[in-house]
Write a protein that binds this ligand. Structure first.
Ligand code: CP
Length: 313
């Protein structure tokens, strides 16, 4: 089986079987990485371009390494150093990359829906590396991979996602993906950061930290997205950390040895105390390692058996 579409836009549009296949393939990729394999032939002859309109360390570098380790030719464009600065539209930029024979475009963009728009206008496969407040599917896939790796299953586990839910594409992708895989998801944050419509996706939505974290197998903090906030979402950093930070008060309510997760980058002392970010329950660095395996799997599955402009029926 391969992925049906040429693109990965979001986990809202991805089936449970497809998610399971990505996670299984990622497990194979991880075992190859653990053996030190960094020069494999799977993507030989394929070209991959990263097109980032927002900053990134983890997503951009892990895609670049994933492509290189599998033998693809990889290039990066940051919008700040491209013809976007001369007024070129997203569609024109995409078509330009398409005309160069690019197989996969990996894009991060501040506007929700930008990845879908690009995908509809190019023959290359498009991977959404984060579009506005909409989705960040590869982050959620690596989060799910990490949970499954540690807890052996996603079915029936309790996941509490805490923080700036409103602005979080990571939260939205995790809610879609985890629900499809049978997990129980609760999202929690102050009312000013809590989109109530998320309850339509099957997640429990609450501003009450105690009920959110009680008996959680996983406690995931989210970054306060200062760049997307207009101010006034919380009274002070100190108060935010007291009520919604991952700290001792929160972790004593979760299951013993509950996993502590965060997509990064971290605002230490705001959404998570350093003692938990760096502590024995933290799997934050493993999330980064697993991100490489998941992105290798995805590049492999999206290109396997496909010519450009072709979806598998
Ligand atoms: N988690 C995540 O997307 O990190 P980057 O912004 O560094 O890619």
């Amino acid at each position: 089986m391969a992925l049906k579409e040429k693109d990965l836009i979001g986990l809202q549009y991805t089936t449970a079987d497809e998610i399971a296949e990505i996670l299984e393939t990622a497990a194979t990729m991880k075992s190859l990485l653990m053996q030190g394999a960094k020069k494999m032939p799977h993507l030989q002859g394929k070209s991959i371009i990263s097109l980032f309109y927002e900053n990134s360390t983890r997503t951009r570098m892990s895609f670049e390494l994933a492509g290189k380790y599998l033998g693809a030719s990889t290039s990066n464009i940051s919008a700040a150093a491209s013809s976007v600065q001369k007024g070129e539209t997203l569609i024109d930029t995409g078509r330009t990359l398409d005309a160069m024979g690019t197989d996969i475009i990996i894009m991060r963009h501040p506007m929700s829906g930008a990845a879908k728009l690009l995908a509809e206008n190019v023959g290359a496969g498009v991977i959404n590396a984060g579009d506005g407040m909409h989705e960040h599917p590869t982050q959620a896939l690596l989060d799910m991979f990490t949970m499954k790796d540690k807890l052996k299953t996603l079915e029936g586990i309790n996941v509490a996602i805490i923080g700036d839910i409103y602005h979080s594409r990571v939260a939205r992708s995790n809610v879609w993906g985890l629900n499809k895989m049978g997990a129980n998801v609760t999202v929690c944050g102050p009312f000013t950061m809590l989109p109530v419509e998320l309850d339509r996706t099957g997640a429990k939505v609450t501003p009450d930290m105690k009920s959110a974290v009680k008996d959680a197998d996983v406690v995931m903090g989210l970054r306060i997205q200062k760049e997307r906030q207009k101010g006034g979402a919380y009274p002070s950093v100190r108060e935010y950390h007291h009520f919604y930070g991952i700290n001792e008060n929160v972790m004593k309510l979760a299951k013993k040895n509950a996993l502590v997760m965060h997509p990064g980058p971290i605002n230490r002392g705001i959404e998570i105390a350093s003692v938990y970010a760096d502590g024995g329950q933290s799997v934050i660095n493993e999330q980064v390692t697993n991100g490489l395996a998941v992105r290798m799997a995805l590049l492999f599955l999206l290109t396997r058996g496909k010519k450009k402009n072709e979806t598998i029926n």
